[in-house]
Design a binder for this molecule. Structure first.
Ligand code: 6PG
Length: 254
């Protein structure tokens, strides 16, 4: 079976349902956060938006999981944001606030949100400065997140890297904007150079509506190189696809 991933072969885990997927993702988070804590280090995570991760964030904020993480070491960033006000139902920050931040004791200075409410270009530049400040870096080497969560759109987009958009081929900036014609909306997004610099990238994919794109990306002999999600392949990191059975369709993992 030929899987189109430029560098890193993904670990593909097909889960019975979203509950099992969320438990596996929560255990992965705890293991990685624990490893960072053991090294007395910060644990920098870029969160995914959209609907799929909401239940995972709720689970992580639940009594069963929240005390298994040293939140004072966790730094939360966003992989992308919709250019809407903070309290807008489409805001990825709002989704995370309601599903996770309101349930865990994380220092406010550890929450690094994208300013979706601001002018997109200014917000993108501001976020790149925030990443540089966090890293205390002047180098051009992209930040290395400990963990990046990504979702998958039916059109093969991930974060806010949409097929055919200039953002996909942006390799100098760490954060850029994208105008999504079909949504008539602007987005802020980390670029592939940052996503592919991560130590661990984990796709969270659920729902029968994703079956066609999953099989296009993982299916034998199909050219998926034009799909932004297929360009996610951290050369010096790990790549995992957590997929629910209904999204995996015929693809039953490895
Ligand atoms: C966003 C996301 C986006 C999302 C996919 C899948 O802000 O919308 O980051 O990339 O992950 O569109 O979205 P669902 O999980 O809602 O299907």
């Amino acid at each position: 079976m030929r899987l189109f991933f430029p560098v890193t072969k993904p670990e593909i885990i097909v889960c019975r349902d979203l509950q099992e997927l969320n438990r596996k993702a929560a255990e992965q988070f705890i293991a990685l956060a624990g490893a960072a804590s053991a090294q007395a280090e910060r644990f920098a995570v870029a969160l995914s938006g959209g609907s799929t991760p909401k239940a995972l964030y709720e689970l992580r904020g639940s009594a069963e999981y929240r005390d298994r993480v040293e939140w004072s070491r966790v730094h939360l960033f966003w992989g992308d944001e919709r250019c809407v006000p903070l309290d807008h139902p489409e805001s990825n920050f709002r989704m995370v606030q309601e599903s996770l931040l309101n349930r865990v004791q994380i220092p406010p200075e550890n929450v690094h949100r994208m300013a979706g409410e601001k002018e997109p270009e200014a917000a993108a530049e501001e976020y790149e400065k925030e990443l540089r400040r966090f890293l205390n870096s002047t180098s051009d080497r992209p930040p290395r997140f400990d963990l990046v969560y990504l979702g998958l759109g039916e059109d093969g987009h991930t974060a806010s890297l949409f097929p055919g958009s200039a953002a996909v081929s942006e390799n100098r900036r760490w954060v850029t904007t994208a105008y999504v014609e079909r949504l008539k909306a602007y987005r802020l997004t980390l670029t592939l150079s940052v996503i592919n610099a991560a130590a661990q990238v984990t796709f969270l994919i659920s729902g029968a509506s994703k079956r066609a794109i999953v099989n296009q990306l993982l299916g034998a002999g199909l050219d998926s190189s034009n799909f932004p999600a297929a360009k996610v392949s951290p050369p010096d990191g790990k790549l995992a696809w957590l997929i629910t059975k209904d999204a995996a369709g015929d693809f039953q993992g490895e």
